[in-house]
Structure formats: C-alpha cells, structure tokens
Design a protein around this ligand. Sequence first.
Ligand code: HEC
Ligand code: HEC
Ligand code: HEC
Length: 442
Amino acid sequence: MIKRILAAVVGLAVVGGLGFLWYAWYPALPKVALPKSGQFSAAQIERGRIVAAQGYCAECHTRQDLGGGPTLAGDYAMQSPFGTIYSPNITPDPETGIGGWSEEALARAMKLGVSRSGAHLLPAFVYDHFTKMTDSDISDLYAWLMTQPAVHMTHRENTFPLSITPRIVLAGWKMLFFRPGDFKPDPNHDAQWNRGAYLAEGASHCGSCHTPRNLLGAEKSGSRYDGAVVDGWIAPPLNEHNPTPVVWTEDELFAYLRYGVAPLHGPAGGPMSPVPHQFLSQIPESDVRAIAHYFADIDHAAQRVSGDKAALELAMQQSKRDLLGPTTDADATLYQGACAACHYNAAPSPVLGRPELALNSALWLDEPNDLFMVMLRGLTAPEGQSGVAMPSFYNALSDHDMARIAAYLRRTRTTRPPWTDLEKKAAEARKLVEIPPVNSSH
Ligand code: HEC
Ligand code: HEC
Ligand code: HEC
C-alpha cells in the first residue's frame, strides 16, 4: 500500500516536473543576418522611434554612472537589495548587442520575457508591461532598433543572484506572477481612454514605479497605482488615493507628463524627471493627452475637483502668512530663512517654477521621503521646469533641521497626521544621496 502511494507521489512529481519543464523551456532562436539598410521604410523607422520613446528603452539601456555610456549600449546599473543587474546592449552589434536577432526573437523577449538564447529574463526588464504591446508596435520598434548605430560593448558582471543561478528558476516566478497577453480594450470607454490605457499599462509601464510590489517583487494586482517606493523616493498614488489637496485633472496631468511641471502641483523630480523630459516630450502630443485622460479617470478627477478652489485659497493664505515677518515659532523662522524666499506665492495661484509647497505631494504623502530627497539633492536645471533649479541643502541643513522643517510644513500646510521619527528618516535619506550635489544653479 505504502509503496503504491509512494509510486503515485513520485509519478506525480515526475509529471509535475515535466509539466514545469514544458512550461519553462524555450528553444534558442537562430542568429540571423543584420537586416539590410533600406529594408525598412523611413515612416516605419519613425514609428519605431516613437515606440522606443514610449517605452523609455534608452533610459535603462544606457550607462549613467562612470560618466555615462553610448546610447542603447547597455550597462545601466539597476540596484536591488540583493545585488546589481546591468542591462544588456540592445544596439544592432552582432556580437555584444542584438544584431543577430530576428524580429521574432525581439517579439518573444518583449511579450514573453525570453532571450534569443532561450534563457528567461528578469522582470527588471518590464515585460510584464511590454507583453501588452501590439505586434505592429513591436515590428516598428524592431525597424528602429536595427537602424541605430551598432556599439561593441559588454556590460559589467551582474551581482544579482537570480541572474547568475540557472535562469530556469525565473520560470517559477513567471508561473506565479506573469500573465502574458495583449492589451484588451475596455468597450465601456472611448478610443482616447483606451489609447491612454494601452500606453500606461503597456509600453510606458507607469505601474512599474507607481504600484507597490509584493515580497517577491511582483506588482500587487489589488493595489494598482497605490504608490510605491523607488530609489528612496515615493512614486505617489495615481488613483483616488493621491493625497494632494488639489486634484490631478487631465490638464494638470498633461502639463506634468509633457513638460515636467504642473502649474498647481509642481515639478517632476528624481526618477520621474526623465519620463516627461526625455521621452513623453518626444512622442505625439495626442498620446500624452490620452495618458492624461486615462489617469484623470483613474483618479476620479471629475468627482473630486469641486474642492480645488478652497484648497488653493487656503494654500495662498498660508504662503502669505509666512512672510509677515518675525515670529516666535522657531521652526517658522528656520523655514523662512531656508525656503520661503523661493517658495512664497501670492494669490490667486502659484507662479510656474516656484512650487507652492502646500499643494505639492511631498508634504502630503504618508512618509517624508520626497521632501527629504528634494532638500538633500536639490533639483537640477533639466528636472522639473527646464532651466529652473533648486539648490541642495545637503551641507546647509543637519538631519535635525530637516526634521524640524518637515514637521513644520506638515503641521502648517496639511491636514494629515504628523510624521514620526523624522530625524532618523532624514538620516536614512541622506545615506541614499551618495554624492552631495554641488550647490549651484546648474
Ligand atoms: C526599467 C528598465 C528597462 C526598460 C525601460 C527597458 N529595459 Fe530592456 N532590459 C532591462 C534589463 C535589466 C534587461 C536584462 C534582464 C536580464 O538580465 O534578465 C533587459 C533586457 C532586454 C532585452 C534582452 C536582451 C538580451 O540580450 O537578452 C531586450 C531585447 C530589451 N531589454 C529591449 C528593450 C526595449 C526595446 C525597451 C524599450 C521598449 C526596453 N528594453 C526597455 C531593463 C529595461
Ligand atoms: C522610474 C519610475 C517611474 C515611472 C516609470 C513613472 N513614474 Fe511617475 N513618479 C515617479 C516618482 C519617483 C515620482 C515623484 C517625483 C517627485 O516628487 O518629483 C513620480 C511622480 C508622478 C506624478 C506626480 C504625483 C504627485 O502627486 O506628485 C504623476 C502624476 C506621475 N508620476 C505620473 C506617471 C505616469 C502617468 C507614468 C507613466 C506614463 C509615470 N508616472 C511613470 C516615478 C515614476
Ligand atoms: C533658491 C530657491 C529655492 C530655495 C531656497 C528652496 N527651493 Fe524648493 N524649489 C525651488 C524651485 C525653483 C523648485 C522647482 C524646481 C523645478 O521645477 O525644477 C523647487 C521645488 C521644491 C519642491 C518640489 C519638489 C518636487 O519634486 O515636487 C519641494 C518639496 C521643495 N522645493 C522644498 C523646499 C524646501 C523644504 C526648502 C527649504 C529647505 C526649499 N525648497 C528651498 C527653489 C528653491
């Protein structure tokens, strides 16, 4: 009897194992000759350029430390608590890049997260989003990639364990969390909404930063766009949980995503900055409008916008009160000395390039990450509103001072509960800002 059970268990395990192998195994696709120049029309290459900008390929496939590297040649360092992943070269170099890849191989990588060799790819290459891209977009993308300058360059050795261990392990992750498949338009919404949803969920992968992840690094499907921590910053919620007192309307979203600064909410800093400046400013305006249209629906802007006028007035009053001169509140004095000269606004609304802090998410989020990151790093001229910069206070303010300013702003400009352990959190943020930026306007 026991023997029979054992045999059954072993049998099941074998069948299960074979099933897993069947799921996990992909053949290598043959190397092909580099497509001849002239094979693609100029119009197709131009469409592909737009798709690449929609997907920020150059952001993650271009080295940024060590003084930068050639565009698309890889070696961009992605940090994780377990080690670093360096992105591969995706220029058409036949040896070190994807010059030997067929269109089929690129499509398989984008839609299924499998390299030409058959190896599973890490989800750091956001194929959980790219899988939603249409075949024709991928075909255009191929035309553009194959006509970019080939660069012979290999990336540094990964130190992330799962990129070194047999990659078949990654198939287990995919089995649990990866649902490949095309974008499904929602018939309850119009074409513009669906275009926005297609880009946001697919190529432009907004959720990869704005949706929290579980312990195994997969986006939590029940918490879509609830906000998440990225490189020490909080990518704020993009749904109705966004805490700012004025609502992200379609126009505010459009300005932010197209130009990197929203008239009421302020600038796109840190990891968000390249999204508008390097990419969404380079695609058709109607696409950016569509993304804004989609998120204005996701955050229910129309239902919430009625409170905006009162919130704006309150913010302006507070801004004015702060400039009325000496006060007995030592925190207010500290704030006036360090910040108010640039962040003062008069009614009726803030001046572009001089963010009204009472309206900025940095003060309203559950944690002070973004406020500390901005104080420590400052904002460089290419971030936020182009040409406008905020100096770094890395050397000018101690953790204690930063904590006091944060507590003061939270207390006087929001209706949210006070932040806790501010000095400790300021010290933690400081550790993430490794090289204190130079205190200058450039
Ligand atoms: C968020 C960062 C990120 C973005 C954005 C990104 N990639 Fe990647 N990509 C990676 C990483 C990291 C890898 C390597 C994964 C691994 O080692 O398993 C990768 C792998 C690849 C590969 C597989 C290469 C190989 O040799 O196996 C291709 C092809 C690729 N990316 C193309 C693209 C294209 C095209 C875009 C734009 C549409 C893009 N990537 C956008 C991070 C990114
Ligand atoms: C690489 C990570 C990353 C990606 C990709 C990304 N974001 Fe962000 N986003 C952030 C971070 C970090 C912030 C906070 C920036 C700041 O405080 O200046 C942010 C801020 C924002 C804000 C301002 C929210 C607020 O309340 O202040 C909006 C709106 C936004 N992102 C929309 C988008 C959309 C739409 C997309 C996709 C088209 C997107 N983001 C893609 C990281 C990202
Ligand atoms: C010399 C002028 C100046 C001073 C002083 C200054 N700021 Fe700023 N700050 C700016 C400008 C300009 C921007 C917008 C930059 C942009 O659009 O790129 C900004 C942006 C911000 C933002 C919005 C960041 C985002 O990503 O949304 C916050 C928060 C902020 N400042 C906080 C502070 C605090 C706190 C202090 C005092 C410790 C301070 N600032 C002092 C000029 C200044």
